[in-house]
Design a protein around this ligand. Structure first.
Ligand code: MLT
Length: 264
């Protein structure tokens, strides 16, 4: 479905009819990263996903910051006529956006699912890496970013075991627009530290992480689960950073159990 949001047009998926769950994709991906969830979970929730500005079917424009991406999520919920607080499920960069949404639009958030993400801000070294990758995207295109990231996105064993999945993910990343990639890299570089706010998060939270995440150590998930009152931590075996693609059955089971446990 086509969606007109302030400043850009995009498309969204909207399946099922129960309480809403908005899935927010990571970098440099698009809403199709959530296909294994949307197809399987629409019986227990109204499952929603859209392409963030600059990615997938969205217009190829750059984000101005993580707060703007969070505001885009709130606008998407409005455009989709979501009339009650939604569960926000953010993958990696999507988790950074979920923290910003919780800060800026708390009334929109029924609960959080923080998948393969972290609360902390970038280190100086990580910031410098963002700038290097943005320069590379501008010089060589999104394909170069895809090649740089691919070796870290899955568990080490997945590259031989799931070659089709790895190839499809490479193609998804290479399809991102250069402005989208550069804008998102700068937005992530400049995002604030969400750690001091963890104790004030008052909604039910599931933290879910791959045991073999090569991009973000499991310790990052533990920090969030320890800091957010009542948060539940689930670590999926045989899963790397893109755990929802690599272990869709286990990921969906964790999400289903969490969403059903929230009640009506
Ligand atoms: C992502 O998977 O969304 C990004 O790699 C997160 C990051 O680079 O910090």
């Amino acid at each position: 479905m086509r969606l007109k949001l302030p400043g850009f047009a995009t498309t969204a998926a909207d399946l099922g009819s129960r309480d809403p769950v908005l899935f927010v994709h990571g970098f440099p991906l698009n809403q199709t990263v959530w296909d294994p969830q949307l197809n399987e979970l629409s019986d227990c929730a109204r499952v929603l996903a859209f392409d963030l500005r600059g990615f997938g079917t969205a217009e190829p424009i750059a984000a101005e910051g993580i707060d703007q991406l969070a505001d885009d999520c709130a606008a998407a919920l409005d455009a989709l006529r979501v009339d009650r607080p939604a569960v926000i499920c953010g993958l990696s960069m999507g988790g950074y956006i979920a923290f910003a949404l919780q800060r800026r639009h708390p009334a929109r958030v029924r609960a959080l699912i923080l998948a393969a993400t972290r609360a902390g801000a970038d280190s100086d070294e990580a910031r410098a890496n963002r700038d290097r990758l943005a320069a590379r995207a501008e010089a060589e295109g999104a394909g170069a970013v895809a090649e740089a990231m691919l070796p870290k996105l899955f568990a080490p064993g997945a590259y031989a075991a799931q070659p089709k999945l790895v190839a499809a993910t490479r193609a998804m990343m290479a399809g991102a627009s250069v402005p989208g990639v550069v804008g998102a890299l700068r937005a992530m570089r400049d995002r604030p530290d969400s750690t001091p706010g963890l104790a004030a998060i008052g909604v039910p939270t599931l933290v879910v992480h791959g045991a073999e995440d090569q991009l973000m150590p499991v310790r990052e998930a533990e920090i969030m689960a320890e800091g957010i009152p009542g948060a539940v931590l689930t670590v999926l075996p045989n899963a790397g950073h893109l755990l929802n693609l690599e272990q869709p059955g286990r990921f969906n089971e964790a999400v289903r159990e969490f969403v059903e446990g929230l009640g009506g």
